[in-house]
Design a protein around this ligand. Structure first.
Ligand code: SF4
Length: 361
């Protein structure tokens, strides 16, 4: 296999120092938000966070971890399905997220059929051997097309999904509308933008006069994105720019977008820490309704509709996800809440701000 020299170009210390110096010389204090666990990982793992803070740039993580934004109600639905004899196929990060009393891991140790999968295709294969398989469909635009593809192709009748997917642009709008946090710019997620392109961010810049840059995941990508945002701030521009042009096209992945639209339609959903966000979730279109576990198993999931589910006591995941609190400002961080004994999902998922902070602190 040939070595990938591009990777080294994007981790070039000399270039990084040059960009940092430019940022420092700009002498501007700005606050930015990104919505991506991988961006957070790069920022913390490579020590960019404190370096940028020193030169006046603060970056917080918004609601960019799909497991973390899943609500207590959705966790309870997953647990209830497993407790009622369904084979629940989930991504590993979901296993340890605390429900009101138990986790999916607890249910599995009590004999429930909870299986870890790496993709919806793994779950689909299980349907050949199991009675009823429910795939827990968590994730942003990056993973939604593969779910849509399976549903469009007509999986077997003992296969269904629990739709817990969310789309990113409406959440950004909610952050701006709520006005809890004063932001000078947004770093947009590279993976999600590969699918949706840059167009869906434009109305946000027009409406809120907020600069945005789509960024890749290497240290130089993020430093360049910060520099591009800083330039926009200094020049009074509020545009959508693309730092990740080597992967993200303006129009995104047209085929994947069409597939999503064919199978799903927008719906209002809550995100952890947020009120209902209009059109930020997805539900299966009527013609695919037979694959919706909420309809198929309404006898066991229906009673949950009228119940209220509290977030874990003392957990500040909601505030962390809205960017108004840093993980280590939560009183439970690192003491009562650790990756081995998590209180909230932000400590469970490897994309969660608390988990990342704990691993690299
Ligand atoms: S440290 Fe734990 S309890 Fe606190 S916000 Fe993070 S996940 Fe929630």
């Amino acid at each position: 296999m040939k070595p990938n020299f591009d990777q080294f170009k994007l981790r070039d210390a000399k270039k990084a120092k040059k960009i940092l110096k430019k940022i420092e010389d700009a002498d501007e204090k700005i606050k930015l938000m990104h919505v991506c666990g991988t961006h957070q990982d790069t920022l913390v793992k490579h020590g960019l966070d404190p370096m940028l803070k020193k030169v006046g740039v603060e970056i917080c993580q918004g609601p960019g971890c799909p497991v973390c934004v899943t609500t207590q109600r959705e966790i309870e639905e997953m647990i209830t399905l497993a407790e009622n004899g369904k084979t629940v196929a989930v991504f590993g990060d979901m296993l340890n997220v605390p429900g009101s009393e138990k986790t999916l891991l607890d249910i599995r140790s009590e004999g429930g059929d909870v299986k870890i999968v790496y993709s919806i295709d793994d779950a689909l294969k299980m349907a050949k051997e199991k009675d009823e398989v429910v795939f827990i469909s968590v994730g942003f635009e990056t993973t939604i097309p593969s779910t849509a593809n399976v549903i469009k192709n007509g999986p077997p009748s003992n296969f269904s999904i629990l739709p817990c997917n969310r789309v990113v642009p409406p959440a950004l709008e909610a952050i701006m509308d709520m006005g809890e946090i004063d932001l000078d710019g947004l770093i947009e997620p590279g993976h999600v933008s590969t699918i949706i392109g840059t167009e869906p961010y434009r109305s946000l810049s027009d409406r809120y006069k907020i600069p945005q840059v789509v960024a890749g995941f290497e240290p130089l990508d993020l430093l360049l994105a910060v520099w591009m945002l800083l330039k926009q701030v200094q020049e009074g521009r509020s545009e959508v720019e693309n730092e990740y042009k080597r992967v993200v096209k303006e129009e995104g992945n047209v085929k994947a977008k069409k597939l999503m639209e064919k199978v799903f339609e927008p719906t209002d959903v809550r995100w952890r820490g947020f009120p209902n966000i209009p059109d930020s979730g997805l539900k299966l279109r009527e013609r695919y309704g037979m694959y919706d576990a909420r309809d198929k198993f309404s006898d066991i999931l229906g009673p949950l509709k009228d119940r209220e589910f509290e977030e874990p006591e003392g957990c500040s995941c909601g505030a962390v996800l809205r960017g108004v609190m840093k993980s280590n400002e939560c009183t439970l961080f690192g003491d009562e809440c650790t990756p081995n004994d998590p209180v909230g999902p932000c400590m469970v998922s490897r994309e969660g701000a608390c988990n990342i902070e704990y691993r690299y602190r």
